[in-house]
Design a binder for this molecule. Structure first.
Ligand code: ADP
Ligand code: MG
Length: 422
């Protein structure tokens, strides 16, 4: 072991209290410390934050972390402050700060105290910020949730498109680190192109989640009863039920409550106080189930979610992977059950009808993959991983028998469905 490896491990222990790196982290950290452009593709929960936090803490200067959500930034800043005696070690720079706060942030940066500065892309475009950031020593720029750059991703944000130009304005040769949990080859190409990091060292972790069981069931008019039955069979366990619309969220939460299931609704139509109340009730296990739109989940880290049910099929495989990924974070069981009906696909198509043609084309292509996933008779895990550009051995791979198609090959299921129809 050379000196730098000792240093890196000591820093890992000192700042985070961990004695070991997770997955590909160590290689990423070294690569960043060597000043190279870096591209990190790791599933949610893989430990991407540490990949840039540790080198930022170990280096001179300030690292800029571009992140799309204020809530996520705040969490991260609090977490970093928790590892250091110095409050100013991490800051957020955004429009929510008043003048005095901005002054303090800038002072801490100038004094060399601030190692991580979290910014939203729209704050980075502001001339006054660019001017200030040009005047200080920057270690690197990390673009978290880098899939926001791509129209092929699940969360396209146009502000992410200008990042390369801005970084260039900030100074010459500043290393760029892109990080994402979206593994589709198309999104990756977009990120590399947009950030101008064709020369980046790429670190891609496996997206296989061997402890998750994948199942798709035909959606019928009895779906509520099916969901109730499933939840009752999993009495006492935590679960998430995703619905497409706010209206359905509220209806279904009520239906569950009436049926003796402790459930709360969650969607972006509730005010912040109500949302955080319901979220806390779920996290603290005052209730077992949260019925939610996709507004629920970003940045929420409940390790023992035992099932994720999709009342409505999502609009892409990535979305499905992300949403089901919230199950079984602790490595324990996680049942992912999606209800599928072609009618829902047509609904999703209709939603897109008013959008620009290019967006529609992308949306439809993504939807067709969802249809193929729902209707496939092959290993769902193999299908999903293939979609992410990853080969999976459906005989010996980890979690090989953890899906409905593998456990009950198609003939049987079809026979059962036919019986139901009769
Ligand atoms: P991501 O951004 O990839 O979704 P996070 O950075 O939020 O993942 O990390 C997920 C969890 O893993 C966090 O709770 C974090 O503390 C934990 N973690 C990260 N690195 C390590 C490590 N080396 N050892 C143990 N836990 C780790
Ligand atoms: Mg993250």
């Amino acid at each position: 072991m050379n000196l730098s490896e000792i240093d890196i491990h000591a820093a890992l222990k000192k700042y985070f209290g961990f004695s070991q790196f997770k997955g590909l982290q160590e290689g990423v950290v070294k690569n960043i410390l060597e000043g190279r452009n870096t591209f990190v593709i790791m599933p949610t929960g893989g430990g991407k934050s540490l990949c840039y936090q540790l080198p930022a803490l170990m280096q001179d200067g300030t690292a800029i972390i571009v992140s799309p959500l204020i809530a996520l930034m705040k969490n991260q800043v609090d977490a970093i402050r928790g590892v250091s005696a110095e409050m100013g070690i991490a800051h957020v720079l955004n429009s929510s700060l008043n003048k005095t706060e901005i002054k303090q942030v800038k002072k801490d940066i100038k004094d060399g105290i601030t190692k991580l500065l979290y910014v939203a892309p729209e704050s980075l475009t502001k001339d006054e910020n660019v001017e200030f950031l040009r005047s200080i020593k920057l270690s690197f720029v990390a673009v978290d949730e880098a899939h926001c750059i791509s129209e092929w991703g699940h969360d396209f944000r146009p502000e992410y498109r200008n990042l390369k130009a801005i970084v260039t304005r900030l100074g010459e040769g500043i290393p760029i680190i892109g990080l994402t949990a979206t593994a589709t080859p198309k999104v990756q190409e977009d990120i590399i192109k947009n950030l101008g990091i064709g020369d980046a060292t790429v670190f891609k972790a496996s997206f296989n989640r061997p402890n998750l069981f994948y199942e798709v069931r035909t959606k019928t008019e009895n779906i509520d009863a099916d969901i109730i039955r499933f939840i009752k069979q999993n009495e006492g366990k935590s679960g998430i039920v995703y619905c497409l619309s706010r209206k359905k969220v509220e209806e279904l939460a009520q239906v569950l409550q009436v049926n003796g299931i402790s459930a709360v609704p969650y969607h972006a139509g509730f005010d912040a106080k109500t949302r955080s109340k319901y979220q806390d009730m779920f996290l603290m296990e005052d209730v077992n189930v949260v019925v939610a739109t996709i507004a629920f989940g970003m940045g929420i880290d409940k390790p023992d979610v035992r099932y994720v049910i999709h009342h409505d099929i999502p609009k892409s495989i990535e979305s499905y992977y992300q949403e089901t990924g919230r199950a079984g974070r602790d490595g324990g069981e996680g049942h992912c059950l999606a209800f599928y009906s072609y009618k829902d696909i047509e609904k999703l198509e209709k939603f897109m009808a008013g959008k620009p043609v290019a967006e529609q084309e992308i949306g439809n292509a993504l939807l067709q993959e969802v249809v193929a996933y729902a209707e496939t008779s092959m290993s769902r895990r193999k299908f999903m991983l293939h979609y992410f550009g990853e080969e999976f051995d459906e005989i010996n791979g980890e979690g090989a028998d953890m899906d409905d198609n593998t456990r009950n090959p198609k003939e049987k299921v079809e026979a059962m469905e036919d019986a139901v129809k009769l």
